[in-house]
Structures are given as C-alpha cells and as structure tokens.
Unconditional design. Structure first.
Ligand SMILES: [Zn+2]
Length: 406
C-alpha cells in the first residue's frame, strides 16, 4: 500500500479524500459520516466499523425524538440545557437552530450525576511608564474572567459525559479595597450566578451533585506573579531555557526524541508538556498518552482528563500553541517556525526544591501574566515529571478570527 492509495469509507462506501480519512479500529470513515456522529462522542479511534454503524442507527432514530421534543425549560445563554418536562427528556445544544442539528435527546433518568464549577482566570492589566515600558499599576489592577461549567454524567452507549459552559463568561475588573486589589461582583455576574444556581437546583432534582466549586479570588491573587519578579530572576541553573522544535510531536516516541529535551531537565519537561497539549485538538488519545509519559509515576486520572477536555471545549485548542514565539491573537496563534518556547525561572521557583519540586513559568502570547507549571523530581532515576499542568491550560485572549467584537 502506497502513501497515496485511495481509501474508501467502510460506512457509506464513498471515496475518501487525501486528508479526509478518519481511522477506526478496524477500518476507515469519511468526514461526512463523522459529521453524523454524536458531538459528545470522542472514542472514534477505538471504535469498530460495527460500533460506528450502530451509533449512526441510534443517531438516525434520534431525529424522531428531536421532532417530538417540546421545550418547557431552558437553562443557560450559551450552550443550553433544554428540558421537556412532560416527556422527562433533555438535550444540550449550542445551536440557535438546534432542531436542524439533531442534538442527542436523553431521558432525565439517564442522568447519573453532575459536576458544576465557577472558575476564575485572572490577568494583570498593565500601563506604559515614561520610558514606554509596560508596568504594573500601583496597586496592581486585575481582570477576572469567570466561567460557568457543568458536566453531566450520563448512561448512554456512545458517551459517558456532556461537559459544557451554559453561560457566557463574565469579566470584571478589580477594585481597590484597603489599598489592595479585590474582586467585587457586579450586576451581570450576580444575574448569571443566580441563573446558574437555578440550573443546579433543577439538576439536584434529577441526580446527585458530585462536586461543586466556586472561585477563591484571594488564592488566585496569590499565584499571579508580577512581571517585575522575572526581571530579577536568576539565570536557570543547568538545562536549557529555550527550545526550538522543527515540528510538533504526534506520538510518545516523537515527544521523547524532540531536539534538546531530556527528562533529566525540568525546563525541557515543561516545554514538552506544551508541545504535547498541542496534539489535543487532532487526537486527544495521543495527547493523553504523551502527557502520561511526562507524568511518569502518576498518570492522568479521569478527573484530570475531563478537566483538560473542558478547558479545550469550544475550539480552544489554540491555548497551548500560544506559548510558542510569534503566536498572538492577531494571527490566530500561529507560531513562528521552528516552534520556539522559552521556559523561565523566577525568584520563587525553587521554594520547594528541597522537597523535590520546581515551579517554572511560560509566557503566552495571549496573556499578560506568566503561567506556572510544576515539575516533581524522582530521585531514584534523577528524572523530572509533570506535577501540575493546569496553569498551561488557563484561558487566554480570544484569537481575532473567533472574536465577534474584533
Ligand atoms: Zn462515509
């Protein structure tokens, strides 16, 4: 079989274009067939032709349920949870014209639990000083962006959960209280929070709440490192601080053989983590396998995985790309080649070095504050592993092409 041999879709039989092939466990599928699958389904590579055919039959039967569905309650102003109380059914959709999109209609009795969270992402606002340098305000000013998230756990043969953001995020600026910046909620936040609580109460009537989280802005304040801390940062002891990758890794072996990297060097493990996360939007299983390789003794849990999926929802796969040089909102986070990334050490990076931890920092082209990543040392092999990666996934500015206000 040559590289350019024509492939045929094992579902519908049509010819598959050069880049249109979607690999299945035991065959191939075309883009048109993929489009008919449930938007909540993600395990395509491990599905057989038979399983995909079963799902397409289920999806076809779903159309009649969509036609019969009569909304009686709507929760959310972005991705909506819509309930038909008389039939005891619900669907989740982002579309304004959802009857045309064939959203999965589920019985409320299929809900086995839910998780909800209000998350905050904080960025520092800067101003230009007399020399034209960007500096902190005194006292510092922050913008807090709140996102409202829900994850429904469901009994369904083709997917286990539905994670979505029912409300648009809300941005607020810090106000100064007792000489320091503080978060004080305004009307828009209060209104959306009340609607979110109403949705949670409705879900409580159907299934158990497995976790609920609200932001603690005080903690968020504590983890933001002002840029001034980096000016005085010591040069990294040993190890490179800048990495240039000719291409991004697709597999664990490509990841581990990137030029200049080694698990003995925590700086390179941080850079490798960013490169591995870039894989998510194309192949999440390959991405998770690479992250697991970097996490060593403590691989990703299911909770970690759903957090990552949640972070990259709504096409936010550009977040990891933003750490490479040249990637900015204006060019839709398109990095320069080779893919160059700088990993920095701050004055506090080694505060827990004696206990085997180092916290390094990465600069995103879409955020003002540096993002932390913590690595943990394994003395028996003298290797460093990814310990806390959530800073890498924090929200950044919307790329221009996706910004309706651009
Ligand atoms: Zn097909």
């Amino acid at each position: 079989m040559g590289l350019f041999d024509k492939k045929y879709c094992d579902i519908c039989g049509s010819k598959i274009g050069l880049l249109g092939n979607k690999k299945l466990e035991d065959g191939n599928m075309c883009k048109d067939c993929q489009r008919l699958l449930s938007p909540w389904f993600s395990d395509r590579r491990h599905s057989t032709v038979e399983e995909i055919k079963n799902q397409l039959a289920y999806r076809e039967a779903n159309k009649a349920k969509v036609t019969a569905f009569t909304p009686s309650q709507v929760y959310g102003n972005q991705t909506k949870l819509i309930v038909d109380e008389a039939k005891g059914q619900f669907l989740v959709t982002r579309s304004g014209n959802w009857p045309a999109e064939n959203p999965d209609v589920l019985d409320l009795s299929a809900l086995t639990g839910y998780e909800a969270a209000v998350k905050v992402n904080q960025t520092e606002e800067k101003t230009k000083n007399a020399e034209g340098k960007m500096v902190s305000y005194d006292p510092p000013q922050y913008t807090y962006e709140y996102t409202f998230r829900t994850r429904l756990l469901v009994n369904n043969p083709f997917f286990d959960d539905m994670a979505f953001e029912p409300f648009r995020s809300v941005k607020e600026k810090s106000v100064v209280v007792n000489g320091r910046p503080a978060a004080v909620h305004q009307a828009e936040y209060k209104e959306i929070k009340a609607a979110f609580d109403e949705m949670r109460a409705a879900l409580d009537g159907c299934c158990a709440c497995l976790s609920y989280e609200e932001p603690k802005e005080e903690e968020a304040l504590a983890v933001t490192i002002p840029a001034s801390a980096f000016a005085a940062a010591p040069a990294a002891a040993g190890g490179l601080t800048s990495f240039a990758f000719p291409s991004l890794p697709r597999t664990v072996s490509e990841l581990l053989t990137l030029p200049g990297v080694s698990l003995h060097d925590p700086f390179s493990v941080a850079a490798m983590a960013v490169a591995a996360f870039c894989r998510f939007s194309e192949d999440r299983d390959a991405c998770f396998a690479m992250i697991d390789a970097l996490k060593g003794p403590q691989p990703l849990s299911n909770v970690d995985k759903s957090f990552i999926k949640d972070r990259f929802m709504d096409g936010k796969g550009y977040i990891p790309r933003s750490y490479f040089e040249g990637a900015v909102p204006e060019n839709d986070y398109t990095p320069n080649r080779p893919y160059t990334i700088r990993v920095t050490e701050s004055a506090h990076s080694r505060d827990q070095f004696d206990q085997g931890y180092i916290t390094l920092y990465l600069k995103s082209g879409g955020a003002d504050s540096e993002r932390p990543v913590t690595l943990r040392h394994k003395p028996s092999t003298d290797e460093w592993f990814l310990w806390n990666h959530t800073g890498i996934l924090a929200g950044i500015r919307t790329p221009k092409s996706a910004d309706p206000w651009a």
